[in-house]
Design a protein around this ligand. Structure first.
Ligand SMILES: [Cu+2]
Length: 90
């Protein structure tokens, strides 16, 4: 088991968080996702389990949220906007 941190774009309100949780929950039995923690202000998702990072990223992309493996530089650049034109849940 491991923890994978992802930076997720376009996630800016509680509805986005629900979409992301639902998308990743669908992988739980299939690929081994034990826990999903969404940090909305940071634009970050932490996934604990055995799923491959590439699969998590593909799943989030499919759900409409471009994701990438977290790195310190990317985290500094991530600035969540208010729910609006930059929000992917509408
Ligand atoms: Cu939203």
């Amino acid at each position: 088991m491991r923890t994978i941190e992802l930076n997720v774009q376009g996630m800016s309100c509680g509805s986005c968080v629900k979409h992301i949780n639902a998308a990743l929950a669908a992988l739980a039995a299939l690929a081994g996702v034990d826990a999903v923690e969404v940090d909305l202000p940071a634009g970050r998702v932490r996934v604990t389990g055995n799923a491959e990072a590439a699969l998590l990223i593909a799943t989030l992309d499919d759900a409409g949220y471009p994701a990438q493996a977290a790195s310190p530089a990317a985290a500094a650049a991530a600035k969540p906007a208010g729910c609006g034109s930059s929000c992917n849940c509408h």
